[in-house]
Design a protein around this ligand. Structure first.
Ligand code: PEP
Length: 250
């Protein structure tokens, strides 16, 4: 089944507005002839700046989180309505840093997923096990739970707006990458979970990105795996020199 590769950069809490504008413009220039689907996800305060740069290009604009409510007394949160105003198209939800540093649980993430989909956003739902869960043989159990609970109540008709990112927590920002074979095993398993929930056709279509220390020298081997359909890239997405060879892997 041919699925288009989806290469995404999660800029996390990095960069000033001028740095973000420069990086975004560089990516626009260098990815104009790129063959895949592309996304950058800057911090909330950079969205307006980056939005103006990537408008009408082949690079989508993503946010790294959203509030579970549309509006109201939620100090420090950012609403889907506010993101829509900035032409954000995609929202990354359930990133391991949200789950483990900010203690977001599956129920909260699910609430955000449903709200974002209701407002027409594409959602990148991040899943992945901790090192101790891997060592305890719980990779499938954790990834299944995060997928099932993250998508609870999501209609089949909205699944075309859902991307899954498998990001083993022990590989994020550590320089340790899952081997292509280990990642492929989890991706294949998650696709089976989607098939059970939504049917084989939906499972064949859904994009499952890999994330966790993706670099120019390991991207092609990971992308060669049958069930790996793209990458969610943190550290290496902050510089054109490292993101472009990943985004244009061959
Ligand atoms: C991420 O933040 O989603 C990520 C995968 O980070 P890194 O590429 O730096 O491991």
């Amino acid at each position: 089944m041919a699925r288009n590769y989806y290469m995404a950069g999660n800029w996390k809490m990095h960069m000033t507005r001028s740095e973000a504008a420069t990086l975004a413009q560089d990516l626009v220039n260098k990815l104009a002839d790129g063959k895949h689907k592309y996304l950058v996800a800057p911090s909330f305060t950079l969205l307006e700046t980056v939005s103006a740069v990537v408008e009408n290009t082949n690079i989508r604009l993503g946010a790294q989180n959203c509030a579970p409510e549309e509006q109201g007394a939620h100090t420090g949160e950012v609403s889907v309505l506010q993101l829509k105003e900035l032409d954000v198209q995609t929202i990354i939800l359930g990133h391991s840093e949200r789950r483990h540093i900010y203690k977001e649980d599956d129920a909260l993430i699910n609430k955000k997923v449903k709200l974002a989909l209701k407002h027409g956003f594409e959602v990148i739902l991040c899943i992945g096990e901790l090192l101790e869960e891997r060592e305890a043989g719980k990779v499938e159990e954790v990834c299944e739970r995060q997928t099932v609970k993250g998508l609870e109540g999501v209609d089949a008709g909205d699944l075309h707006n859902v991307v899954i990112a498998y990001e083993p927590v022990w590989a994020i920002g550590t320089g340790k990458t899952a081997t292509p074979q280990d990642a492929e095993a989890v991706h294949g398993f998650v696709r089976k979970v989607i098939a059970r929930l939504y049917g084989q056709d939906a499972a064949d279509k859904i994009i499952i990105q890999y994330g966790g220390s993706v670099k120019p020298d390991n991207a092609a081997q990971l992308m060669a795996m049958e069930n790996i359909d793209g990458a969610l890239v943190g550290g290496a997405s902050l510089k054109t020199d490292s993101f472009i060879p990943i985004a244009k892997f061959s």
